[in-house]
Design a protein around this ligand. Structure first.
Ligand SMILES: *Cc1c(COP(=O)(O)O)cnc(C)c1O
Length: 707
């Protein structure tokens, strides 16, 4: 089968796809399954469910699905004209997408045909079946790749193939978080081994760590037009003690973490070089990948540059994006670890150089954030406020102020099916290729109230049905009685105002803030005229006992006589549950302690679907909030109880009354106005397409080195 042309993908040779038997008339399904593009194209996405709905819903993985389709099913599909048309349309869209030369990048910046931007990050949230992410940073990076692909930006991404991923969360009946690390079945994932073009054998680079040599291989995951190289140390030629280096995301042991980040940075730069690719520009996305800068410095030294020139030349075409709100959030290591692991690894860089380049706020630490700031021409923060904080904290190292590029989300990934249909109708089936044109979203003002409300209600009902299913599973595993399981059927009903609090459980996110005054909250939720329900979801890091304590505390609240039936905790927050929740929530709650939320992105995903944000004014919401699109509070307060009190006031006097104020037709007109403003605001200003366009124009092209 011909591989559609795409200059970067075609420069990275890969091994074969997994052998599957797909009949010849549908053999392009193979190509679709091997490019994650299917996951965000609304037409291609529908295909899989049409092949075998049950097998699809069972695990939402095209490769697993194609493995189990019976010959008789294929025969039936071949004579099903609706399916055949859908198949042809999806294939045509795919080929158009992959071959198109009329992209935003080509049309606006086409004079730079040799541009390659290397993008390095420790985590990527592309799809829930690829557990290579833990939370916001990873999902942002995934959305960045998808938007770059849509816009035709020549990005080459590098990360790690965590074969045991990030943990799956179960919560036991007492609220204790349990961690499961499932092995990733590679033959059921759309990754292919990267080959060495000279030998045709799997590509290998090596990284010397603590006096040992570790071999590093790579896999290619195709994210539309963007190749994502996933590095892997779990190779037969490696010592069994070195193979797990790439296994677990945010592994807890400090030395293991250091080894992992050395593989990501140093191994990543070496892999790109081994492929014969010379990026014009390097984007180090958060400090985990910053050891790539040491490797690139050593290339300069080997070319005869002195230390100062090597530093300067490395920095010249490098952008560093910081995502942490405070210096303490940076990845930093005891400098003895750096000495033990990197002695001799990066040719020409001595231990004293390492300590000088990696000196952060704390003496004696090797701080990857500080290292990246020193070795990058530009550093940016991820919202306006965050950039000001970065400037305050690091202005002396940056040598001026940090740039600001506010985060965004990839709407095709996060919009639910009913709202997507409204986009298609209002804008056209090509809306997916026009996301970055703010003017198209004015069409949302022409959608009538009843249609918008019906689409939201449909998504909300689907969400609630799925949540009841998950609760049944949780309760069943906890040994609840059949009567107790039947009780769930009457919970999470669609008539109630439904608020969602879903995010990482960390103390600064204050998941408990809502319960500051339990009597007042109880009165709000159980008002028989205007009942409300709250859904919680979120994981705490395996090493974060305080965060796990918060999970437990919320689970106890859901079981208390006051809140049972009004407050729910759904386990295993990931991109799948996240999407379910953002597509169906009425109100998206966020109560971080400001200014700790560097940006936050889940509120943007919810807004695209018409949810209304009720959030502390912090991160993106400081920029996104207007008097018409939701509620903001707690900007400058440093008191939890004052914030809680404002939150209750808003719920009692504004949010709940507006939601329940219905016309004769049962439709909440004023609420719908707020929904529409919420959608238009997020789609105009907070898409990943807008974000990537800013990265291109403010940093990628200005910093790119020209031969
Ligand atoms: C979007 C997303 C996040 C980040 O959301 P925040 O607003 O930063 O909390 C975290 N986890 C998942 C699974 C997401 O989809």
């Amino acid at each position: 089968m011909t591989e559609p042309a795409s200059s970067l993908l075609s420069r990275i040779g890969v091994g074969p796809k997994a052998p599957l038997r797909v009949p010849v008339e549908f053999d392009r399904l193979y190509d679709l399954a091997y490019n994650m593009w299917w996951s965000w194209d609304p037409i291609a996405y529908q295909l899989w469910g049409q092949i075998d709905a049950k097998a699809w819903v069972h695990n939402r993985n095209p490769l697993s699905l194609l493995l189990v389709v019976e010959p008789s099913t294929w025969e039936a599909l071949a004579s099903n004209s609706t399916f055949v048309e859908l198949y042809s349309e999806a294939v045509e869209r795919y080929d158009d997408y992959m071959r198109s030369t009329a992209t935003w990048f080509a049309e606006n910046h086409g004079e730079a045909p040799d541009e390659t931007i290397a993008y390095l990050c420790a985590e990527y949230g592309i799809h829930h079946k690829l557990p290579l992410y833990s939370g916001g940073l990873g999902v942002l990076a995934g959305d960045h790749l998808k938007a770059a692909s849509d816009l035709g930006v020549p990005l080459l991404a590098v990360g790690l193939l965590y074969r045991r991923g990030y943990f799956r969360q179960n919560v036991d009946p007492d609220g204790l978080q349990q961690h499961t690390y499932l092995p990733l079945e590679l033959s059921r994932r759309s990754v292919r081994e990267v080959l060495d073009s000279r030998t045709g054998r799997p590509l290998r680079v090596s990284v010397e760590l603590a006096g040992r040599t570790v071999a590093v291989g790579a896999w290619r995951l195709d994210v539309g037009r963007v190749p994502l190289l996933l590095l892997d140390t779990d190779l037969p030629e490696n010592d069994p003690a070195d193979r797990p280096i790439s296994h677990i995301l945010y592994v807890r042991g400090r030395e293991m973490r250091f080894a992992q980040e050395a593989v990501l940075g140093i191994g990543g730069a070496r892999t790109i070089r081994a492929l014969g690719i010379e990026p014009t520009m390097w984007h180090v996305n958060e400090g985990h990948a910053s050891m790539s800068l040491l490797e690139r410095m050593s290339w300069q030294l080997q070319d005869g540059a002195d230390m100062a020139t090597a530093e300067e030349k490395t920095a010249a075409n490098t952008l560093f994006t910081l995502h942490t709100p405070v210096p303490a959030g940076n990845e930093a290591f005891n400098s003895d670890i750096a000495r033990a692991y990197l002695g001799g690894t990066v040719e020409g860089v001595t231990h004293d150089d390492l300590l000088r380049l990696g000196r952060g706020k704390d003496e004696g630490r090797f701080d990857l954030g500080a290292l990246a700031i020193r070795l990058s021409a530009r550093t940016n923060g991820v919202s306006r406020q965050h950039s000001e904080l970065v400037t305050e904290d690091w202005g002396d190292l940056i040598g001026g102020s940090a740039d600001s590029i506010t985060n965004g989300i990839h709407p095709q990934t996060w919009v639910g099916r009913n709202i997507e249909r409204l986009f298609r109708r209002a804008i056209g089936p090509d809306w997916t290729q026009r996301v970055g044109e703010p003017a198209i979203w004015k069409a949302l003002y022409d959608i009538n109230d009843a249609d918008l409300w019906r689409a939201h209600e449909a998504q909300k009902e689907l969400m609630l049905r799925r949540l009841r299913g998950r609760l049944r599973e949780q309760f069943g595993r906890h040994g609840n009685s059949p009567n107790r399981l039947r009780w769930i059927d009457d919970q999470l009903t669609p008539g109630r105002l439904t608020m969602v609090f879903a995010r990482r459980f960390a103390t600064y996110k204050r998941p408990g803030l809502l319960f500051s005054d339990r009597n007042r909250l109880h009165a709000i939720l159980t008002n028989p005229e205007r009942p409300c329900q709250i859904v919680f979801a979120g994981k705490a890091h395996p090493a974060d006992r305080e965060g796990q304590g918060l999970v437990r505390w919320i689970v106890e609240m859901t079981q208390s006589s006051e809140f049972e039936g009004h407050v729910f905790f759904i386990e295993d927050y990931n991109m799948l549950l996240g999407k379910t929740l953002v597509t169906g929530a009425d109100v998206w709650l966020n109560t971080p302690r400001p200014p700790k939320e560097a940006s936050g992105t889940s509120g943007m995903k919810a807004a695209v679907n018409g949810a209304v944000n009720l959030s502390v004014l912090d991160g993106w919401w400081l920029e996104g909030h207007t008097s018409a699109n939701g509620w903001g509070f707690g900007e400058s307060s440093d008191s939890d109880s004052a914030d809680a009190s404002t939150l209750y006031d808003l719920l009692e006097s504004e949010v709940i009354p507006r939601f329940y104020e219905r016309g004769d037709d049962g439709i909440p007109r004023v609420w719908i106005d707020t929904m529409r403003e919420s959608m238009v605001g997020a789609l105009t200003n907070f898409t990943a397409q807008r974000m990537v366009m800013e990265y291109v124009e403010k940093a990628y092209l200005p910093l790119a080195s020209r031969p």
